[in-house]
Design a protein around this ligand. Sequence first.
Ligand SMILES: NC(=O)C1=CN([C@@H]2O[C@H](COP(=O)(O)OP(=O)(O)OC[C@H]3O[C@@H](n4cnc5c(N)ncnc54)[C@H](O)[C@@H]3O)[C@@H](O)[C@H]2O)C=CC1
Ligand SMILES: O=C(O)C(=O)[C@H](O)COP(=O)(O)O
Length: 373
Amino acid sequence: MRIFADENMPLVQPFFAQFGDVSLFNGRTVAAAQLAEADILLVRSVTQVNAELLNNCPQLRFVGTATIGMDHIDQPYLAQRNIGFASAPGCNAQSVVEYVLSSLWYLADKYQWQLTEKTIGVVGVGNIGRRLVNALQALNISVLQCDPLRAQQEADFAHTDFATLCRQADIISFHTPLISNGPFATRHLLNATTLPQLKPECALINASRGAVIDNQALLNELRCVEQRRPVVLDVWEQEPDILTALLPYVDIATAHIAGHSVEGKARGTEMLYQRCCELFGQPVKQQLGQLLAVPAMEKLQISADFGLPDVQNLARLLYDVRRDDAILRHYLQRNGFDWLRKSYPARREFSSLQLCGKVIPGYLPQLGFSLAQ
Ligand SMILES: NC(=O)C1=CN([C@@H]2O[C@H](COP(=O)(O)OP(=O)(O)OC[C@H]3O[C@@H](n4cnc5c(N)ncnc54)[C@H](O)[C@@H]3O)[C@@H](O)[C@H]2O)C=CC1
Ligand SMILES: O=C(O)C(=O)[C@H](O)COP(=O)(O)O
């Protein structure tokens, strides 16, 4: 079989060599002619998978995206051609949560907030939102959850409608898919009409998809008001050609890397591998645990005095979002958005650090840290 994979997908060779020859392509520029011989196509979020891309690959049997988001995939087209499809649900959910936590701690330092006095609105409470809510509750932070689809399906889900959440939240973090039509559309959920409904000082974090916030409307607002709301943007409309005029007005600006932990990206590849083993009746020979590099920091001793205020320092050992903001501001003009993403420095998840100690507070595993065996 011929496997064609995005060059930014880690560990494709060790996982997929058992299926045949692996060829790599640039996910942003790949064209139909390059994929003519593909049996398996593996993409990330930057490749639009549709009739135009696939009209020339008659033997294609499977398309996988090593991402959570699927807005770049024309699924009805794949179904119509009877091409198998899989995404990687939840693969980098923890990575996004760690990004949001780091952003919150940064904003708290900058504006001298007590996060325990703030109410955080989480919009979209699926794999990422659910983990985030759990982490925030572990940190004693009040949460409002907005997810109308879950509200319809789960009688005991504590749902706050979007309009109420906009009025009440001190900080809003978006974790919805990008949906363009229908009753639950999320494209421009925050726009020129809904932005003024927020508290003037309400902080915004978007690590979902850029178009969930109307970027021009946000810029118009940030330009006009004297007391600007704090804003963290990982995702942007029209990536890679983002609205750079926003940069001076946002507190943290990153290049769609919230999900780019080493574990998050590699899990995406592994999930597609497992799916292909199932689909093509092959044994699962490779395990992620054996392929991941050993982390630079493996174990850490926690003393009996460790308390909630120490969590921020512990987390910073592994990730500090200021690094990624600085990289974007320094290199965007010179090297471009996609270069920032391709050359992203390694970031390990909380779980890579095993905590030792006689008593490990329960909120540490709740945040994603692992306990030494
Ligand atoms: N910045 C980054 O690097 C990453 C971004 N993402 C984005 O985050 C999104 C969410 O990821 P997951 O939580 O894993 O997806 P998920 O599918 O597990 O959860 C999404 C939740 O949003 C809810 N939802 C749908 N429409 C909504 C609406 N109008 N209002 C409120 N809630 C709504 C759904 O009911 C669902 O519970 C992905 O679709 C992707 O676009 C995902 C991974 C990395
Ligand atoms: O999983 C998703 O959805 C994401 O947004 C990815 O983390 C984005 O990564 P790329 O596929 O664009 O590298």
